[in-house]
Design a protein around this ligand. Structure first.
Ligand code: ADP
Ligand code: GLC
Length: 487
């Protein structure tokens, strides 16, 4: 089946979060299953700089404020995955972050930039590239949310069926809402602006467009799929989601083992595997050295690799920091985002140079060294659609300590006595976003660390977990077949 993924980020070319890991790995896993998958992305400068074998597919008249519009096809370095990218001078040719300017403010014309993405997906589905027309279009997150709407608009205008669509919610809190009056610029049938369409409290909502017009909706873990049907977790979209509950599926993300494997990872100080953990000790020393922390091995080294955003619940870690330090723990933070949180961690590092170290910024290779060198990865997220870093933690024998929500609940098994006996424990999980619940998990973590043999047993079962992309790809394919009429 020919499948077009529509998204804004793809690892290894452009990544600001887990979305890129997904769009970098899922299409490749689908190809392994015999699917013919390609991607469509905005032509950000980095795609022009990185994609191979670029060729012009089609040139269209300007719209959405671009001076020209050209559709190119290229391929990802290494994997060779085919990627369509939209050259739109005036819209996408801006350096740095794809969504906001140098002062971290959303671009004022984001609705045009990402409308063009969805609009172009519908044109590709109509056959813009005569040699390749998708049978299924899979749109990711709000940026691609108008894709299903443009597909349905084309069917409405041309009275001919087009590719079916799947819309995946990677994070319901990021919605792409804009003043209602911009709807007039989007070239959608006027009746699409209404309560049963893209209107959301008099605004235009990209995510709602995806939720309303896609043939199926998915999100990235079974638990999050259930959570977002409840008003308190639905970010105002409970009505729409409940209406579509029968079409909503939770499919867990996976790990790209070719990128995340401590046995072969070239970025870490020493390789190791489930049978021989000696290399992990070297990685810990190397990380302590790199982070300017004293070498010690009798207490756990915690880490955070994360966007510094309210979602991630790191204010809880800040509150707990002095207690963790008092108990002898160390902590390495690799993160970027919220400036006040960044400076709070900086202050903590300044006050506790032997225990706390922060690297503020985004550094892919360093993230590998941090995962490999730490004992525990902290993820007290308020909510977590899936979360990939706890999966990388499991893979690297770095036990995740998580708030039991969303994908964290689906992937981490708490080290209770019973789970320890059964040999199923893989980390630490706490219920309820409260300081005491978090601290009691932290304390249990210190206790277990003091019993090395037990700790290593949990580490080994963590490393044996197999959250792979093939399983996810099979589930998506089943879903595609349901709607695209393939058997
Ligand atoms: P989210 O998508 O909500 O940010 P995920 O856990 O799904 O969370 O994915 C985050 C991805 O971004 C992971 O691949 C993680 O390693 C990476 N990441 C986050 N912050 C940093 C950072 N400061 N440096 C390098 N990689 C980071
Ligand atoms: C989002 C979510 C995260 C998820 C990622 C990839 O950014 O916050 O939980 O793992 O998308 O699906």
């Amino acid at each position: 089946m020919r499948v077009l993924h529509v998204c804004t980020e793809v690892y290894p070319v452009l990544k600001t979060g887990g979305l890129a890991d997904v769009t970098g790995a899922l299409p490749a896993a689908q190809i392994q299953l015999g699917c013919d998958a390609r991607l469509l992305v905005p032509g950000f400068p980095t795609f022009f700089a990185s994609l191979r074998e670029q060729k012009l597919v089609f040139e269209l008249p300007p719209r959405f404020g671009a001076y020209a519009i050209r559709l190119y096809l290229g391929s990802l370095p290494e994997s060779g995955m085919k990627v369509y990218f939209i050259d739109a001078p005036g819209l996408f040719d801006r350096p740095g972050n794809p969504y906001f300017n140098a002062s971290n403010q959303d671009y004022f014309d984001n609705y045009r930039r990402f409308a063009l993405l969805g609009w172009m997906a519908a044109r590709v589905a109509e056959g813009l590239d005569v040699s390749w027309t998708p049978e299924l279009v899979h749109a990711h997150d709000w940026h691609a949310g108008l894709t299903p709407a443009y597909l349905k608009a084309s069917e409405f205008w041309n009275q001919r069926p087009l590719a079916k669509s799947v819309f995946t919610v990677h994070n319901l809190a990021y919605q792409g809402n804009f003043p209602g009056h911009v709807f007039g610029e989007l070239d959608l049938p006027s009746h699409f602006f209404g309560l049963d369409g893209v209107e959301f409290h008099h605004q235009l909502s990209f995510i709602k467009a995806g939720l309303v017009y896609a043939d199926r909706i998915t999100t990235v873990s079974p638990t999050y799929a259930r959570e977002i049907l409840r008003t308190e977790n639905a970010c105002g979209l409970d009505g729409v989601l409940q209406k579509r509950a029968a079409d909503l599926y939770g499919i867990l993300n996976g790990v790209d083992f070719s990128v995340w494997n401590p046995a072969t990872d070239a970025a870490i100080a020493a390789n190791y595997n489930v049978r021989s953990l000696a290399g992990k000790r070297k990685c810990k020393q190397a990380l302590q050295q790199e982070a300017g922390l004293p070498l010690q091995d009798d207490k756990p080294l915690f880490c955070i690799v994360s966007r510094l955003a309210v979602q991630k619940g790191l204010d809880m870690v800040l509150d707990a920091l002095s207690e963790i330090v008092r108990m002898g723990g160390q902590i390495v933070i690799l993160g970027s985002g919220d400036a006040s949180m960044e400076s709070a961690f900086r202050n903590a590092a300044f006050a506790n140079p032997a225990a706390v170290s922060i690297h503020a910024g985004y550094d892919e290779l360093k993230s590998h060294r941090v995962f490999a060198g730490s004992d525990v990865i902290l993820m007290p997220s308020r909510y977590e659609p899936c979360g990939l870093t706890q999966l990388y933690g499991l893979r690297y024998g770095t036990l995740p300590l998580v708030h039991r929500v969303g994908g964290l609940a689906d992937t981490v098994v708490d080290s209770t006595e019973e789970n320890m006996k059964r040999g199923t424990a893989t980390g630490f999980a706490f219920d309820g976003f409260q300081y005491e619940s978090f601290m009691s998990a932290v304390r249990r973590c210190f206790e277990l660390f003091a019993h090395r043999r037990e700790w290593q047993r949990v580490q080994r079962s963590a490393m044996r977990q197999h959250f792979d992309w093939e399983t996810a790809a099979v589930h998506y394919l089943e879903l595609y077949r349901q709607i695209a009429g393939h058997h």
